[in-house]
Design a binder for this molecule. Sequence first.
Ligand SMILES: *[C@@H]1O[C@H](CO)[C@@H](O)[C@H](O)[C@H]1NC(C)=O
Ligand SMILES: *[C@@H]1O[C@H](CO)[C@@H](O)[C@H](O)[C@H]1NC(C)=O
Length: 593
Amino acid sequence: MNILVVFFLLQWAKANLGQSANLRPNYVLFVADDLGIGDLGCYGNTTLRTPHIDSLAEDGVLLTHHVAAASLCTPSRAAILTGRYPVRSGMTSFHRIGVFIFAAGSGGLPTNETTFVKLLKEQGYSTALIGKWHLGLNCETSDDHCHHPARHGFDYFYGLPLTNLRNCKPNGSNVFIMGSQHVIHTTLQLVTLALFTLLLLDYLALLRVPWRTLGSVFLAAALLLVVLVLFLSQFRNLNCILMQDEKIIQQPFSFDNLTQRMTSEAISFLERNSDHPFLLFMSYIHVHTALYASQEFLGKSKHGLYGDSVEEMDWSVGQILSSLERLKLSKQTLVYFTSDQGAHVEEISDSGEMHGGWNGIYRGGKSTNWEGGIRVPGLLRWPGVLTAGKRVHGPTSNMDLFPTIVNLAQAKMPSNRIIDGRDLMPLLRAEVEQSEHEFLFHYCNSYLSAVRWHPRNSSAVWKVHFFTPNFNPEGAQGCFDTYVCQCYGRYISYHDPPLLYDLLSDPSETAPLTPTSEPRYHQILAVMSTAVEDHQKGVTPAPNQLSLANILWKPWLQPCCSTLWEHCHCGKEGGKSAPQDGTVDSDYPPTEA
Ligand SMILES: *[C@@H]1O[C@H](CO)[C@@H](O)[C@H](O)[C@H]1NC(C)=O
Ligand SMILES: *[C@@H]1O[C@H](CO)[C@@H](O)[C@H](O)[C@H]1NC(C)=O
């Protein structure tokens, strides 16, 4: 008898544990790169076809006011993974370059930062990152992999340690020529001037310049130039790398079938873990330049190569969603879709084609804190838990993913640091009307440039800008002279008093309020400036990961699958990945589970 009771109790416990396991969902997180909020059908686009992404909005919740913590890739992605403003982890720059640009730099997401991935792994989840990382690789040697995704909780990695760049296309244009032309020019001028001065002084017998000194100056200049030219000509080999776990499998990576390869990697991961809790971070290299699309999508959209690329990404999302369905995992899986920041409006190809996306009604784009730079898509689907077709209008942040996931996985929130994100579930489940976010702070690299205030018990959303980028030409929507907007000096304008906008009535930030147009003008500014002071008191400086010393090319950190003399070239081009020993894997996609 007793045994029978125990048996039934066990059955009951199993059923209930099964239910509470339901509270610990699997995760599929889609993060697009530089996708504009106005590129998606569910956010109002009528000509680009994104049916699979749109289906998430039909079957789940659409956030209309979802905000990225930064408007550049590296800091925004650091914020997603840590739930913290990237300035707290040292992942913001104080100079012109705001992201990692070389695979052989030494900065990266510090390992004492806790990602939600690490916490989930501790809870028994299998975790994978497919696609772009862009949060550093090495510290001291070319393969110490101190910043590799594996150091941050990912069991499996298939993708780009750095990022996709125009230079990664065989005949792609060079983003660095634009930036370095000035440097090369100035260096040449300085060297010529120095040589000329020395020669003149020597000729006038004012100074005896040993030939050795002259020779050294000349040699040093020549060497510098050769290194620079060599580096630029080898840029693609050195920086466009495809890795599988800790191994380089293609260098430079080929765009052929790249989306198909990544999609099939994602699906294999789902299949391997269909009876096990998992987290898949699908970090698309779409729709950053270099734009690419495979044969089936090339020329098929109404918006050139950019549109083709968006539609190919949507196809990939569809493949992954239907695999979830096939594996009967949809109901136990929380799916999230976002973009790391707004569309890059300055992306115009050499032939003048628009290679950046569309930010809808929002002003500006990537690299600015105008809404166009940080207002991103936010879609969440979890059938049976989240109401299909629900819309949430209050401000939310991409940092909210951290506490949301950590709480759902019943992991412990780190208690020894400030977490800036807020759990989304109460808001999504309509248990509360407002997110806990009252203020959101917007940094331009390391400099605070704007604040958003959503007062309690009010639907109002105010935003102030302390400085804004100077668009060029004036009246344009971007900084077309600098490729990305800058955060100091002659590239910006300070505003004192700051520019104040009412985002509810003026989401496009066209008409700053004045004391006459808004009677509470002074009160609002006072509240926001107190909030800034409080916030800044709580930000303690961390070692800067994006200092020039950390991001510049260090030859001894260069990941290289062959030797430098073989130009670090391996892995067959044409869609097939080859293992490091050079033998080509003819069996692609891999057939084993
Ligand atoms: C849809 O997206 C394309 C590509 O970014 C853009 O050119 C177009 O203006 C958008 N259409 C609408 C209606 O938003
Ligand atoms: C990580 O270490 C750095 C350097 O020691 C320190 O400044 C920072 O506060 C640490 N971060 C955390 C989250 O503990």
